[in-house]
Design a protein around this ligand. Structure first.
Ligand code: URA
Length: 309
């Protein structure tokens, strides 16, 4: 199947939508003016492109996706989701890299319902619905991982840009723990990210009492017996050994309460500072304490992929 980018007809060279029927013939009874046969009209400037059109589709290339009446043009949905400019999104469509409900769509004019249909670019689902919000928050110490508190303590809701937005926080961090918390109103994604079944990895930087023995990593990754069962670290490394405190990085795939603090305490290395730096494919990066940022389309796509959505 051809993957070239179709030429763009100029608006002036095209009849308006109201003048045309399916199949491209004029709706009036007057003799149809001869339509330009290929080669197609000369490319026009991007901003004159009537993007309701699907020029460039060769016979046999048309997909069987049914346009959603009143739906939004696919390239517009992609651009709004942050995939790139409208032009770039058209190139992705033309190259066969975009799927709607499992079907590759090469028409620029395809109309979709971003709230109901699953749209993927290169196999990764994109956050298509404009109503969905995906945030990363750097929770500081002294904030509780809840949206409200009957004891009047500071909550993560106090740190959100729009406190009226109903968001779910994905898991919790202790009052004294800092770092990355994801928030979203995408209920299914939030549920899966927090569900033990999906084993989403969480990485922490911990300042622990040293010195740490050489076999600490082996013990953590073999399994540490806690009151409520064994916890097994997925990864462990020493980051910095300066002074009596040692900075370590540990990755676990579960969210039991105080689990990281408890596993180090059990092995004789109490944690004095704990920062979550990564949840699945999303990193805290340089987000400053108490700040939020929107996740990129790529990050959301990677989160979906991490939990099989
Ligand atoms: N483990 C902890 O001990 N505390 C947290 O907040 C998260 C994981």
């Amino acid at each position: 199947m051809a993957t070239r980018k179709p030429d763009r007809p100029g608006r002036d060279s095209q009849p308006g939508r109201s003048q045309r029927r399916a199949g491209g013939r004029p709706a009036s009874n007057r003799p149809a003016p001869a339509r330009p046969a290929p080669p197609r009209p000369a490319p026009a400037r991007a901003d004159s492109w009537d993007d309701d059109e699907d020029w460039g589709i060769e016979p046999g290339e048309r997909d069987s996706l049914t346009d959603v009446p009143g739906g939004v043009r696919l390239q517009k949905v992609l651009a709004a989701a942050g995939i790139g400019s409208r032009r770039h999104c058209e190139e992705l469509i033309g190259a066969g890299r975009v799927e709607v409900d499992g079907e590759t769509v090469r028409r620029f004019g395809a109309r979709v319902d971003p709230a109901r249909q699953v749209i993927r670019v290169d196999g990764k689902r994109i956050p298509a619905s404009g109503d969905l919000v995906y945030l990363a928050l750097n929770k500081p110490v002294g904030v509780i991982s809840a949206m409200s508190d009957d004891r009047g303590r500071r909550t993560i809701a106090d740190l959100l840009p729009d406190p009226t937005q109903r968001l779910f926080h994905v898991g919790r961090l202790d009052y004294e723990t800092e770092g990355l918390i994801l928030l979203t109103n995408d209920g299914e994604l939030a549920h899966r990210l927090a569900h033990p079944r999906y084993g989403v990895l969480k990485t922490y930087l911990a300042e622990v009492t040293g010195p740490v023995p050489k076999d600490l990593g082996r013990k953590l990754t073999t399994g540490v017996q806690l009151d409520d069962g064994v916890v097994v670290a997925d990864r462990f490394k020493v980051v910095d050994r300066a002074g009596p405190r040692v900075l370590v990085e540990v990755t676990v795939h579960e969210g039991r309460k105080h689990v990281v603090r408890r596993m180090f305490a059990e092995l004789g290395h109490p944690v004095s500072r704990l920062v979550r730096t990564q949840v699945g494919p999303v990193s805290l990066g340089s987000l400053r304490p108490a700040a939020t940022r929107r996740l990129t389309a790529a990050e959301v796509g990677n989160l979906y992929a991490a939990v099989g959505m």
